[in-house]
Design a protein around this ligand. Structure first.
Ligand SMILES: O=P(O)(O)OC[C@H]1O[C@](O)(COP(=O)(O)O)[C@@H](O)[C@@H]1O
Length: 396
């Protein structure tokens, strides 16, 4: 038992699997369905099976699951995107289990069961690296992805010439919070592969496909790993959130067609940076916290320092989630979250203009980010000088 629980067990080990079976391959999925993919039923067509499965699930509990909601009879995002989404949500369930596991790298380190120092070879990998590997494996298995660009990798990874989609992602944002079990999240954006680049060298087409403007996003989403695991996504027709039901393993529709309140009463920022802020931003925050802004109520501050969690709260309650310095990444964070904000009736801004209209020029490009309620973002932008230029590289 002692040996079984030792953190020297390499990642990912059988102990860390949340499912008793290996990751489903694209072949399994094309025959089966999320309801019973471990023992795939023999069905003539994917669509036929899915339609039948949808009827069963919906009749069983009256609440659609993620796959019901986006499949035929629902948003009908198309079979290719449906298969890709299936694999992404499966990967995120594995990440959710890892983040919550007593055997993850952070908690294991402090465990009383740590008797011997693990050798370098056996040392558990940081969870953001493990999360990256889990998602890469899921995207490969989907058969639907040509290139993956991840915040964790220096360059995009070319996966499959025929994959219709390009996926950009931050596999585990807020990972600095993990040691304290504070919420973290996965962020992803999905573009169509650009066929006009097909004959370019691999490195070039991988990069240019990944540098598409946010206006070209086909879908985007995040998964919040918190007291509940929530997958929130948009396919260009509203923003919808699904909560993981641990009893069935399904993401269940809990927040259809989210609308960000046009005005909130919460600002979310690391205000220890106050003295590095430009005058406009200081004035804005001073004004709203005193209740002297256009909305005559005193604002409250909430800052988790975990982008997905801060954004999720803003999506539901309104207000602004911001990071005014060049820190968050346009491709992996700002674009997908701005897409979700806009689809929910809110805004994503760099303090001067719309995020989605910025053409990325570098894969890891950073920028100031302001997300939230339309009226709050408009008011903030009216202070003009809100982008923090002083960026000394903070230690904490
Ligand atoms: O240090 P700051 O400026 O408060 O930044 C915090 C932000 O950085 C993040 O931790 C992301 O940083 P990384 O991309 O370096 O992981 C966000 O989750 C969080 O919102």
């Amino acid at each position: 038992m002692q040996q079984l629980l030792s953190p020297t067990i390499p990642y990912p080990s059988p102990l860390f699997r949340i499912t008793p079976h290996p990751f489903p391959s694209k072949h399994q999925f094309s025959l089966g369905d999320r309801l019973s993919f471990y023992t795939p039923p023999k069905m003539a067509s994917f669509s036929g099976f899915l339609a039948k499965a949808q009827m069963e699930v919906t009749a069983a509990n009256g609440i659609p699951s993620l796959m019901d909601y986006v499949g035929k009879g629902g948003l009908d995002v198309g079979d290719d995107l449906l298969v890709l989404l299936y694999h992404i949500q499966f990967a995120c369930k594995r990440i959710a289990a890892l983040v919550a596991s007593p055997f993850n790298s952070a908690l294991g380190k402090h465990s009383a069961l740590t008797t011997a120092a693990p050798s370098d070879r056996d040392k558990p990998k940081p969870l953001d690296i493990v999360a990256n590997e889990i998602i890469l494996s899921a995207l490969r298995n989907s058969g639907k992805v040509s290139v993956m660009a991840s915040e964790e990798d220096d360059a995009p990874i070319w996966i499959n010439d025929d994959g219709p989609f390009v996926v950009v992602l931050d596999p585990l944002d807020g990972s600095r919070n993990i040691d304290a079990s504070i919420p973290t999240g996965t962020i992803f954006g999905i573009y169509n592969r650009l066929p006009e680049l097909d004959n370019q060298p691999v490195e070039e087409k991988a990069l240019l496909n990944s540098l598409q403007s946010g206006t070209k996003l086909v879908a985007a989403g995040y998964v919040l790993y918190s007291s509940a695991t929530i997958l929130c996504a948009s396919f260009g027709s509203g923003t919808h959130a699904f909560t993981l039901d641990h009893s069935t393993g399904d993401f269940i529709l809990t927040h259809p067609s989210i609308r960000i309140p046009p005005r909130g009463q919460i600002y979310s920022v690391n205000d220890a940076r106050y003295f590095d802020w430009p005058e406009g931003l200081r004035q804005y925050i001073d004004t709203v916290r005193q209740g002297k802004g256009k909305y005559p109520k005193k604002y409250s501050a909430r800052y988790i320092c975990s982008l997905v969690a801060d954004f999720h709260r803003t999506l539901l309650y309104g207000g602004i989630a911001m990071n005014p310095r060049d820190h968050l990444r346009l491709v992996y964070e700002a674009n997908p979250l701005s897409f979700l904000a806009e689809q929910a009736g809110g805004k994503g801004s760099n303090g001067k203009s719309r995020i989605l209209s910025i053409q990325p020029v570098k894969l890891h490009q950073r920028l100031p980010l302001f997300l939230g309620s339309c009226e709050d973002i408009d008011e903030l932008e009216s202070y003009v000088d809100v982008q923090q230029k002083v960026n000394p590289g903070y230690e904490v």
